[in-house]
Design a protein around this ligand. Sequence first.
Ligand code: ATP
Ligand code: MG
Length: 767
Amino acid sequence: MDFLTGLNDVQKAAVTAADGPTLVIAGPGSGKTRVLTYRIAWLLQQGVAPDQILTLTFTNKAAKEMKERISHVMGNAANRVWAGTFHSIFARILRAEASKLGFPATFTVYDTDDSSSLLRSIIQEMQLDPQVYNVGAVRSRISLAKSNLMTPQVYRSNEEWMTQDRQQKKPFIVDIYEKYMQRCKLAGAMDFDDLLLQLFRLLRDNPDNVLEKYRQKFQYIHVDEFQDTNFLQYAILRRLIKYDGSKENLFVVGDDAQSIYAFRGATIDNIIDFERDFPDLKVYKLEQNYRSTHHIVAAANQVISHNKKQLQKTIWTDKNERHKIKLLKCLTDDEEAKRVADLILEYKNRYHIPNQEIAILYRTNAQSRKFEEYLRRQNLAYRVFGGMSFYQRKEVKDLVAYLRIAVNPIDEEAMRRVINYPTRGISDSTLQKIGKVANQLNCSFWDAMTQVPDITDRAKKSIAAFRTLVLKWQEQTTKANASQLATDILRQSGLLDTLKADTSPEGQSKVENVVSVIDAIAEFVNGEVPAAEIAGADEVQDKSLAAYLQTVTLLTDADDNKQDTDRITLMSVHSAKGLEFQCLFVTGMEEQLFPSFMSSEDPNGLDEERRLFYVAITRAKELLTLTYCQNRYRYGQIRSFPPSRFLEEIGPEHFEISGGFGSARNAGREQEAVSNGARVSGVTPIRRNNGPIQSTISAAAQAAFTASPAEAIVAGVTVLHLKFGKGTVVSVEGPKDGKIAAIQFEQDDVPERRIVLKFAKLQVLDS
Ligand code: ATP
Ligand code: MG
């Protein structure tokens, strides 16, 4: 039992708690995930069989890390524990039981793009106005209905929902929903929400042969990040847990203050429900933060205290306070990226921090580009999570679509995507006709392909030839090795030749991308990559192409199939949940960005943004830097917003005020000094300090001041600035419209100031 020595008393009590429902509720960095991991190791040590243990984590990567840790103490048994995300574990169960729901075991998982594309077709076929029935809005409405367990029939009989739709002038949403469900079924496809909804139905409708089986199987269920479990996920968990009074082994850990998925239907109420549903619940509260130093913990506590609705928790740390929080005020997003990259280099030199201990977080994925640019310039290795991921590239999606139809030929979206790519003489109008026939006969797109009247002989021939090819592949899916089959498909489909024909460097990189999919499948088959484990490893692992495709679709933003190497992490705050880094940058701390513009009108939205910010800063172990810009390129133009209100919620005593770049409170003043007029009309800053500008030059010199044109400011010249005095221009860079000069002022303790020439008033002096 020596591994228990790495735990404090409360942690130890939780880890070794007797059977029964258990909740560990505690702030960030207090060891919740550690407790969960040790709990599993402890259960194994007590003789519980690994495949009786189910663990649901936020990312597949988290599940993998957990297994690795457990295997340190308990050896290989750890690999047989079922661990993964809700979606990947549920997909695995559904594959085994699909026939009971009328789906093929090889069902496809439609990603968001597939769902949107299908909805678009349906809206068009129903001749509804696509402006009114905006695909994104319709999709989220349907998603919400599903996560509330509403089938189209239930939806139709729900007066409240129907009235809402009528008021919104979208009375046909329920019809779109109904059609969408039918089409998914005909295509042998489930979307992300279906993985939950269908599993719920499966368990509800098959109490004896299915539910009981899994109840027997999963004797111990664990959930990390429980605060982000939604209603439906919780409903499934409750069913899976035995209700005979003795075996309610649901062990969950979470922090209500870190709940950040309200938009996905997760509410912190599920923690409250949990306490109500299980009256004999054991609750453990952890209070010591082992992750972060004092300033970070104190700042986080200050920030979250602005949210009213939260469970009371205290959190403290005994880590000493070497560093305060750094606040970087930048003129532009370009400068922000540059200074972050510079600071990373400086930290690496000074503290020898490995790249994997460094992360740059942002509110929206679009912010990553600038950081990538400057990290590359500094030759710093990085990895971007989320956003335009590898599997979203066109050529990769095309290959995956081919693999999908080989496994499941009735997959309509995949079929539509590649049936005429590379071109086979099957025109759009032919596709429309096939779609129509499928609708009339209520059959799959695949079946309709052979039943279309009035199409040309050439099209008929092409369709027949293509179907023969697909059927040949399908036959191979049960016989051939998945990577060999994928290679055949890549060649025989003509995709490889088409890509090879483009000899530009861009074209070549597409070839490399599809080849690397084949490599990934080979690794999957040979069991060398985590992908093989993440769907919840059982003794006999499923190495089929179908299994591979499912793991790929269910990768989350924070997962990465590549081998881990020493790289800096770039990710959205949402993806960073549960992670920790020695050195952390939380960037873009401006109003309308963080908090997001979407939340500004809604107090609940604002609270959620604050929890998100709380999650962000509590990822830092030691060095935390917050950055904001006065001017940022957004929506095609330079815009300017005041510093984020969240910065003001942190006491100035926690900030390091270096080199004249003060706290957010000084922002207005500095903005006055180095820029003017950049503010977009209509956006009023929430607070500004218009105190007098302290000038370092005499009144006489001020009177004689005449600003020189921006072109005159070049490296090497001496300039005069009304506030900072005399200085030498060290360098000038940036695009014509957004040139920034680095200037060393004589009377300044800052190494260099970076000033946007467009806004600054500088006079070139004769030296
Ligand atoms: P979050 O809410 O962010 O997910 P958490 O509560 O899950 O945080 P962990 O990630 O489990 O916290 O722990 C934070 C850090 O503190 C980890 O590096 C962990 O190894 C360490 N830690 C936890 N408990 C102890 C302990 N008793 N002694 C030493 N280190 C600990
Ligand atoms: Mg955790």
